[in-house]
Ligand binder design. Structure first.
Ligand SMILES: [Zn+2]
Ligand SMILES: [Zn+2]
Length: 337
């Protein structure tokens, strides 16, 4: 079977040994497509993975072999996430499921950018769903990333009519906007790239350029009765985005960190203290967040129609390059028909 493997600064299509169930519980799926996640880009760019690693976890796939206690059967087209929490450890009991050891250990094998993948019984039972007929494969491939957004929003415990500001309007920022809108919050956004601002506005997120910080913060103040935004969602990893967040958040507000920064810059002690800010991080979704994600997508409440650009598996390097150079919003790798 064909797989896309990372070798230093390249992604190479390589023939790998075919996989079958061999008596294991779970399913072998033929991958139809797989979304290219920001975390795949980080792993590739910063060489966090070993040579030969197969990235990709946002899969849409068809079951071709199954041995399972679930209702899934051969021929079903499913989405699945890649990690499952144990539900019992200290992390899980405190709701930090993505810190759970079992969560980090579980995965789909070898990775989504492969013609075939092994999905375990535990995955089928907890984080897999049949793709509904009303959505394209590209649309349902947002199942896992939308789960991440839903988790982030829940972490912020917003109140009705609260105002959210998304800093960074790439695909994950726009997806966050869709999720916030669907859950009933007022959403603003900012970015430095005109094309992103335009698309955000088209999608119903009131978006502005934050190039001139003073101008931008006065717009946000004006839109929020002089308070500032109740919660800031940091979907940009630019160091400057932190200044934008601190200037736009209301006193007593929250800043949700959803991205790494190149220089690991943090939030200043005194701003947090004097303004009584809450800074919190959100990483990966729980099965409950994923269930909500699946339901919102299935109900047609999340518009992701204009976000993806599709590449065949043998052009996956191009997809990585175009994502890194901000040429596209989100790549969807079509693996097979
Ligand atoms: Zn992802
Ligand atoms: Zn756990």
């Amino acid at each position: 079977m064909k797989t896309a493997q990372v070798y230093q600064d390249k992604i190479i299509i390589k023939e790998a040994e075919d996989i079958t169930l061999q008596g294991r519980a779970g399913a072998i799926v033929k991958v139809l497509g797989c979304g290219l996640c920001g975390s795949d880009i980080v792993k590739f760019k910063h060489k966090i993975v070993h040579d030969g690693a197969v990235l990709g976890h946002e899969i849409v796939a068809k079951i071709i072999e199954i041995n399972s206690d679930t209702d899934f059967k051969t021929g079903d087209i499913i989405v699945s996430s890649h990690h499952i929490p144990c539900g019992e450890c200290k992390f899980c009991r405190h709701g930090n499921v993505s810190m759970c050891t079992h969560f980090k250990k579980t995965n789909i094998f070898p990775g989504g950018f492969s013609e075939k993948v092994f999905v375990s019984e535990e995955h089928l039972k907890n984080v897999a769903y049949k793709v509904p007929a009303n959505l394209s494969y590209e649309e349902i491939s947002f199942y896992e990333p939308l789960g991440c957004c839903i988790r982030a929003i829940k972490r912020c415990a917003l109140m009705k009519d609260d105002t959210a500001l998304i800093i960074g309007l790439g695909s994950i920022g726009l997806l966050m906007g869709e999720a916030l809108k669907a859950l009933g919050y007022r959403v603003f956004g900012c970015d430095l790239i005109g094309e992103r601002i335009a698309l955000a506005n088209k999608m119903g997120i009131q978006a502005f350029s934050s190039k001139n910080l003073q101008e931008f913060t006065s717009i946000i103040k004006e839109k929020t009765n002089d308070y500032g935004a109740d919660c800031i969602f940091m979907t940009s990893g630019a160091d400057k985005a932190i200044d934008t967040a601190l200037a736009s958040v209301r006193q007593g507000g929250k800043i949700l960190v959803f991205s790494s920064t190149p220089n690991n810059n943090g939030y200043p002690n005194n701003e947090i203290y004097y303004k009584e800010l809450t800074v919190l991080g959100s990483y990966s979704p729980s099965p409950a967040d994923l269930k909500e994600s699946f339901e919102l997508l299935s109900a047609g409440k999340i518009n992701v129609k204009n976000l993806t650009t599709t590449y065949p598996l043998n052009q996956i390097q191009q997809a990585f390059d175009d994502t890194i150079s901000n040429k596209i919003f989100k790549a969807y790798i079509k693996v097979s028909d």
